[in-house]
Design a protein around this ligand. Structure first.
Ligand SMILES: [Zn+2]
Length: 87
């Protein structure tokens, strides 16, 4: 999970995840640091639901399958950005 970058909410620069902490099987807390302005913040990363069912279910983990008509093929940050920037 380290290597994830998001926009700094303060200066608009790029901030890096420096540390992550597992809170549950579907929720992580990530700690971001901005090299440009020194801002530091925790952020949450949560698995919300499934786009397709796993072939290897895990005891105690139940994630509703909600297939998306808009997202076909691999989903990544580039796919999401391309869709967000469409008029
Ligand atoms: Zn910043």
């Amino acid at each position: 999970m380290l290597g994830m970058k998001i926009d700094c909410p303060c200066c608009g620069g790029e901030i890096d995840a420096r540390h992550t902490e597992g809170l549950s099987t579907t929720l992580r807390r990530m700690y971001f640091v901005c090299e440009d302005c020194g801002y530091r913040t925790p952020a949450g990363f949560e698995i919300l639901h499934s786009l397709s069912a796993s072939s290897r279910s895990r005891a105690g983990v139940s994630l509703e399958v909600k297939p998306s008509l808009m997202l076909r093929g691999p989903v990544n940050a580039r796919t999401t950005l391309a869709r967000e920037n469409r008029p």
